[in-house]
Design a protein. Structure first.
Lengths: 401, 145
């Protein structure tokens, strides 16, 4: 019987809403099976939410995820507004969509950077994160915070984007667009990146349907599902944009979808800014008396996919049940399909391709021999395995030139 | 196909299993069904009607344990909640995980946090607190403080 090696990745992901431990069972270089454990950082937010008022819950759900901190309040607001049957003012709709799309841009840039890092392209990592900074500065200008913006409340938003700020936002967006051109060109035309990501970690259309995966992960496999289009909310029905899809389902397709989505986001924000000019300043929220009894199914398209919030109200000032489903909850399970049969070097990027919060993983990843329990690879060695592979491909390609 | 015809078709298919239909609007419908028919209903929605399983939400109420299975028909933006009410003392229902993998984790989670039993689940282990939580204590039940 062949000897299998166990490689755990995890367990500690303090920045993510779903911390997990992946156990890769390997035969030589090939991943034979993958198992996962979750819940290392379970905070009981659903239970906690039952003891807070609707106003307070916005601050609670904002802290579920650090990177896409507006997507949970967005979905929660949609759910509560559905129960109370609230129609927002146009200005509030535009501001919500601007926040949502700015967040998509900085989240996708973050992913591109990390993916570059895992492939051994540290320049891509540094570029992408540098280009991300001005977007965070915009958030600071709009909300006072670079993250956890506290912009949402039932019936509207907390802060206005004054018309005087529109030109600054436009200018930054123009910069981001030029930098994205540069980045997209560098990633899409690089033969080494093609060799490392094409045909790697493929998820078929059927896999996506079976695991009910969402967001860029689903769209890269040819499923054009996007809550912003299918079940429009905020200002998305008021602007023109298209859903980006790819067919291959591999890591490259996922990168392609994310990079091209950033252009759509920029276009949405520009149209929203145009819309803001037509609306009266300060008209950002409607008055809410009480939340009646009822059930609300709220959803929003986060950078990683559909966020779903189920809220049941009994007419008091806090919900009796609040169920939260983050997109990674369904996306992470697809690892079983994308990683098995890959080499360890490719598993690193396949795991990163669905964009779980991955930045903490590398510190804790280590490989163990399943028979003796000896540690045989540590985190850096795992990444080095991936980098080494990139370098080999670079050499081959260079020698062919 | 619009929401009304989807619901009409559903009624024809499962007439005897439906307890109540609440249509909030064209995009939100709640259908309460007999718990025994969940496999047939979910199978019809997933395989025939082209619905996507979003997630399931369990509740602990005066009536006992309730589950809302949220299905999405993305082409029309419809969220269809399939609602079942389970027995207070012995909450159990057939697992959907043999049909699609998407419900595997959430059923394990509901089993762990509410103590609802999913029959024929391929692997009903704890999802969140493996090995470090007391047996028979269910944190999302109302009596848990």
């Amino acid at each position: 019987m062949s000897k299998k090696t166990l490689i755990p990745i995890g367990p500690y992901h303090p920045l993510q809403e779903e911390p997990e431990l992946f156990k890769l069972y390997c035969d030589g270089e090939i991943v034979k099976d993958i198992k996962w454990e979750t819940g290392y950082n379970h905070r009981g937010i659903e239970k906690l939410s039952e003891s807070k008022t609707y106003e307070q819950i916005f601050f609670l759900v904002e802290r579920i995820c650090g990177i896409c901190s507006s997507s949970h309040p967005f979905a929660f607001a949609n759910a509560v507004e559905e129960i109370a049957d609230i129609e927002l003012t146009n200005r509030a709709k535009y501001i919500r969509s601007i926040i949502g799309e700015l967040e998509r841009i900085h989240s996708h840039l973050l992913w591109v950077g990390l993916a570059g890092h895992f492939l051994g392209y540290n320049t891509v990592f540094m570029w992408a994160w540098k280009y991300r900074e001005p977007v965070l500065d915009l958030f600071e200008m709009i909300s006072g915070n670079r993250n956890s913006y506290a912009m949402f409340k039932v019936g509207g938003v907390r802060r206005d984007i004054e018309n005087s700020k529109i030109s600054v936002i436009r200018q930054v967006l123009g910069d981001v667009k030029r930098k994205t051109d540069l980045l997209t060109g560098a990633v899409m035309d690089d033969p080494v990146i093609h060799a490392r990501t094409k045909g790697v970690g493929i998820l078929t259309r059927q896999d996506i349907i079976d695991y009910a995966a969402v967001g860029p992960t689903a769209r890269a496999s040819g499923l054009a599902i996007d809550v912003r289009k299918d079940d429009p909310y905020a200002a998305y029905p008021l602007v023109n944009w298209k859903v980006i899809t790819a067919q291959a389902g591999d890591v490259f397709a996922k990168a392609e979808v994310r990079l091209l989505e950033m252009y759509e986001s920029i276009s949405i924000i520009e149209q929203c800014l145009e819309g803001l000019k037509k609306e009266k300043e300060g008209d950002i929220a409607v008055k809410i008396k009480e939340i009646p009894e009822g059930i609300g199914n709220g959803r929003a398209e986060a950078p990683r996919g559909e966020v779903f919030h189920f809220v049941q109200s009994d007419g008091s000032n806090s919900p009796v049940r609040h169920k939260i489903r983050a997109p990674s909850y369904v996306n992470i399970a697809t690892f079983k399909k994308s990683c098995i049969g890959q080499t360890i070097a490719d598993a690193t990027i396949s795991l990163a391709a669905v964009d779980p919060c991955y930045c903490c993983t590398e510190r804790m990843a280590a490989a163990y021999d399943s028979n003796s329990g000896d540690k045989i690879m540590n985190a850096n060695e795992l990444i080095n395995a991936s980098v080494k592979r990139t370098n080999e491909i670079k050499k081959t390609i260079n020698s062919q030139l | 196909m619009d929401t009304e015809s989807i619901i009409e078709k559903f009624k024809e298919e499962f007439n005897s299993d439906i307890l109540e239909i609440v249509t909030k609007n064209q995009k939100r419908v709640i259908i309460t069904i007999m718990p025994d028919s969940i496999i047939n209903v979910a199978g019809y929605l997933y395989k025939t009607a082209g619905f996507r399983f979003i997630i399931a939400s369990a509740l602990h109420t005066k009536r006992g344990f309730e589950i809302h299975y949220h299905f999405s028909k993305d082409a029309v933006g419809l969220i269809l909640n399939i609602h079942v009410i389970l027995d207070k003392n012995n909450p159990q229902i057939e697992s959907l995980s043999n049909m699609f993998n998407a419900s595997n984790w959430i059923e394990r989670e509901m089993h762990e946090l509410f103590g609802i039993n999913f029959l024929n689940h391929p692997n009903q282990e704890k999802l969140i607190s493996e090995g470090n939580w007391a047996e028979g204590v269910y944190p999302l039940r109302k009596e848990f403080k």
